[in-house]
Design a protein around this ligand. Structure first.
Ligand code: HEC
Length: 131
């Protein structure tokens, strides 16, 4: 019995640790990607913008599932899971808009999509952090 409980505790601890990794990986990929995109716009380096957008896209994909998102919301914010997930959907859409505008050399519109994406980051963080 004791052993079974211990095994269960280990499994739970492992699951939690693993889930934490997903969030940290996703966030650090998106942070790096957003920095690259910003540098790309500031220095007129389209390649860097493209590189950054791939990082944000892949990072966002890791943290878009409602079940995963819900795990990271504080107890009193779990009911806002859908709102938080909307921020992730918005990032995915913005990335598309950004890439299409880059292809069209419509850099101002692409920069707008970047700004909207940054707002979407804050949207979800404001829920998580009670800003
Ligand atoms: C759907 C919700 C959600 C979205 C969207 C989101 N984040 Fe996060 N982010 C979190 C959570 C949850 C944490 C961890 C709790 C905290 O730091 O307050 C976090 C933490 C972070 C951290 C700190 C990482 C750490 O290890 O503590 C960074 C950096 C970050 N996010 C970057 C971003 C960027 C950049 C974007 C937008 C491109 C973004 N996030 C969008 C939920 C989100």
């Amino acid at each position: 019995m004791k052993l079974a409980k211990f095994a269960l505790a280990c499994t739970l601890a492992f699951t939690v640790a693993n889930a934490e990794d997903v969030m940290q990986k996703s966030m650090s990929m998106m942070e790096k990607g957003m920095t690259q995109i910003q540098q790309g716009f500031l220095n007129n380096n389209v390649e860097l913008i493209k590189q950054g957008s791939i990082l944000v896209k892949d990072g966002n994909a890791l943290f878009s599932d409602k079940k995963v998102i819900a795990k990271y919301l504080p107890e009193n914010k779990k009911h806002l899971t859908n709102v938080a997930a909307t921020a992730s959907e918005r990032i995915a859409l913005d990335i598309n808009v950004l890439e299409l505008n880059l292809d069209d050399k419509a850099y101002l519109n692409a920069a707008d999509a970047y700004s909207d994406m940054l707002n979407a980051c804050s949207r979800c963080h404001s829920i998580v952090r009670s800003w």
